[in-house]
Design a protein around this ligand. Structure first.
Ligand code: MIG
Length: 687
């Protein structure tokens, strides 16, 4: 059951799609005080767990830290970060009884629909206290149900169906900030294909643009862009350009001119177009919270789509600000006034502080305004809606520009509700081992908030990767819907062909293509029925006291559990099995062995070039048989499949619901796309 409570005069965020009658009585699961905003508080018992909050640092169980919902472009994702790029204000408090299994009646979910700053103190200040601090205008939804999965499912129904990407978006994708021109891109494709490695997409980072101007293509680097996208498509490769939030201020640049003429940009307090700076230097921000401006900005994606583009990533849409013109002037004046001074500890740190404070400055976020349905709205109160609405602008436009097909779209910043329009990637991680684990922990939290199409930069974005890090990362990422190797300019090149163990890389990526029927089926079913594709182990085994402690294993879809290795030089790891499972070990898609392991703790050896999955009892999964030269998802013939599975003694057959479709059209046809497969025990391959 979902209960809705309204405080003050909240803005309609469009996070929610279901009409729920407002409750007049006071909220019961948490104690509420209304002074200085809405403050909710409740006691947490020793064994209670808290899941949710989407894109944040730390564990799946969020207890013991304070998280702040305030979208921020901060590229150092260490465990002291309170905010990353998104605001996902939903959590579930799982209460546990004496036996440490879930107490369904007392557990609940809570969604704080407030697009400004919201603070979740999940037992940091006091271990036994959960405190949520929102603004004075907000809507609060409280959800109870039949356990954690059910609470999440109800929340997902409340916020609407998750985005459906095209099937090609489940292939292997390569990106790097630094591919400069046609030849760079051709080389990436040639070298993957030359090594027999499938490749679905190459990303175009900011360098493809003319002076970082949105919707332009540099003619020197890409003289015939339309022809080039065609050439790539013939080879099965989609080009995916980046779009940034800031529109360059430049006379004669049509997007700038039109935005100014029609008042489509955010304004400062005097009603002038607000000037910030990002890549191109001075920019204006399109006011995507204004429906008219949103239609206009979204319509611009057509320029690239007409040249053959069918996928985009939206960046810098927190929105990130390097500096505002106004603040820069103030800081410059102050720094100049210190010229020739003897800087002591205070004045020196003051100086470096104000310079560092130029970017993403809170004062700047308070100094510009949106036009929301004719009402002037100060940005900081609706800050977390910007990335959501930039992405919505694109998605709404795609319905007109390409109504018959699905377009790939994901964003850096997001708010609850954006999952209906696109996915996200988890931003600028590092080539650190701890960031494989972070990514694993973020996935189920994101899924809880409806964001199913997601993944992190494989190999790590910042810093130099190593061959073993990339290999282990891929072994996890073959399960993430978005499987993209991406890195920053200036770091070690990390396309798989830059390393020696190319055969191992090829084997791992081919396993992804072999698993495609399963991954696609499980993704689509999760999206269409409001389920989670990635789940913490405790979601599936709520009666198992130890499952709540498992922070580095995941349930993936209905049939399997994974336990990736994320420690350098480790030759294996401990794995907890909440029940008897079949461990399948793969050296390659074709070279597999398997063994039944009992419930409990096991040390499992997992070599650098091995992939291990655990199949749940009485479950099966389809595995495609691949041709030698498979290059894309389109080459994966779903007619040629075998079944991996684990069927118990007394059972003869099990059912698997296989979802498949043409991978591109928007209307799905339940009768045709869902197939109930009965798999007989004797059909299971003997491995
Ligand atoms: O602040 O476009 O997160 O993926 O490569 C850098 C350059 C801007 C940040 C994105 C990253 C991308 C980079 N962008």
């Amino acid at each position: 059951m979902i209960q809705k409570y309204v405080y003050g005069h909240p803005i309609n965020t469009d996070a929610v799609v279901m009409e729920i009658p407002e409750r007049r009585e006071t909220l019961s699961v948490m104690e509420l005080t209304e002074s200085d905003g809405v403050r909710l508080c409740c006691r947490m018992e020793e064994n209670d767990v808290v899941y949710g909050l989407g894109e944040q640092v730390r564990g799946m169980n969020k207890r013991g830290f304070t998280y702040i919902s305030y979208a921020e472009d901060d590229s150092i994702h260490t465990e002291n970060r309170r905010s990353l790029y998104a605001a996902h204000n939903f959590l579930v408090l799982g209460r546990r009884n004496q036996e440490k299994s879930l107490n369904k009646d007392q557990s609940f979910g809570i969604f704080v629909d407030d697009p400004g700053r919201v603070v979740f103190d999940v037992g940091e200040t006091k271990y036994n206290q959960l405190v949520i601090q929102a603004g004075s205008d907000c809507v609060i939804y409280v959800i109870d149900g039949e356990g954690l999965k059910d609470i999440v499912k109800q929340f997902r129904k409340l916020i609407g169906q998750s985005y459906l990407p095209p099937k090609w978006a489940f292939g292997y994708q390569q990106s790097r900030w630094g591919y400069r021109n046609e030849d760079d891109v051709r080389e990436v494709v040639n070298r993957h294909h030359g090594q027999g490695v499938p490749l679905e997409a190459v990303y175009l980072d900011i360098d493809y643009m003319e002076d970082y101007k949105d919707f332009t293509v540099d003619k020197e680097k890409f003289p015939k862009f339309g022809a080039f996208t065609g050439e790539m498509k013939e080879r099965g490769v989609h080009l995916v350009p980046i779009i940034d939030a800031g529109v360059k201020i430049e006379k004669g640049y049509p997007i700038y001119e039109e935005g100014v003429q029609n008042d489509y940009f955010c304004k400062d307090e005097n009603g002038e177009n607000f000037v910030a700076a990002v890549w191109p230097g001075r920019v204006h921000f399109p006011d995507v919270l204004n429906q008219e401006a949103r239609d206009w900005f979204g319509g611009k994606y057509r320029i690239l789509m007409e040249q053959g583009i069918d996928g985009f990533w939206n960046d810098m849409n927190e929105p990130a600000i390097f500096y505002s013109e106004k603040n820069l002037k103030k800081v410059m004046d102050e720094v100049l006034s210190l010229k020739d001074e003897n800087l002591d500890i205070d004045s020196y740190f003051h100086m470096t502080g104000i310079v560092a404070g130029l970017s993403n400055n809170q004062e700047d976020y308070k100094s510009f305004y949106h036009n929301m349905n004719g009402k002037k709205q100060r940005h900081d109160k609706v800050h977390n809606l910007y990335g959501f609405n930039m992405t919505r602008a694109a998605a709404e436009a795609f319905e007109k520009i390409a109504p018959d097909k699905r377009t790939l779209l994901f964003s850096r910043s997001s708010y609850i509700g954006m999952h209906r329009y696109g996915g996200i990637w988890t931003g600028d991680n590092e080539s650190w081992w701890s960031h494989i684990l972070l990514s694993m922990q973020q996935m189920p939290s994101l899924n809880m908030c409806g964001i199913l199409y997601t993944g992190s930069d494989i190999g790590g974005f910042a810093n130099d990767t190593t061959e073993d890090l990339l290999m282990r990362w891929l072994e996890f990422a073959i399960f993430t819907p978005l499987m993209r190797n991406h890195s920053a300019m200036g770091t070690r090149e990390q396309e798989i062909y830059q390393f020696e163990r190319i055969e191992d890389f090829r084997n791992i990526i081919r396993i992804r293509y072999g698993l495609l029927p399963y991954i696609y089926s499980e993704y689509m079913k999760a999206a269409l029925t409001d389920e989670m594709y990635f789940r913490p182990v405790s979601f599936d085994y709520p009666e198992d006291a130890f499952a709540y402690q498992v922070e580095d294993q995941l349930m993936v879809g209905d049939s399997i559990m994974i336990a990736p290795v994320y420690v350098q030089n480790a030759k294996g790891r401990y794995v907890y099995l909440p029940e008897e499972m079949l461990m399948v070990r793969m050296h390659s898609l074709e070279d597999r062995t398997s063994k039944v392991l009992g419930k409990g703790h096991h040390y499992v050896e997992i070599g650098l070039n091995e992939l291990v999955i655990f199949v749940k009892k009485n479950h099966v999964l389809p595995l495609a048989v691949l041709d030698k030269d498979v290059k894309t998802t389109a080459d994966v013939a779903e007619t040629n499949m075998e079944w991996l599975g684990f069927i118990g003694e007394s059972v003869e057959s099990v059912e698997y619901v296989l979802y498949n479709d043409d991978g591109i059209s928007r209307d799905y046809v339940p009768e045709k796309d869902w197939k109930k497969m009965i798999v007989q025990k004797k059909e299971l391959e003997r491995v």
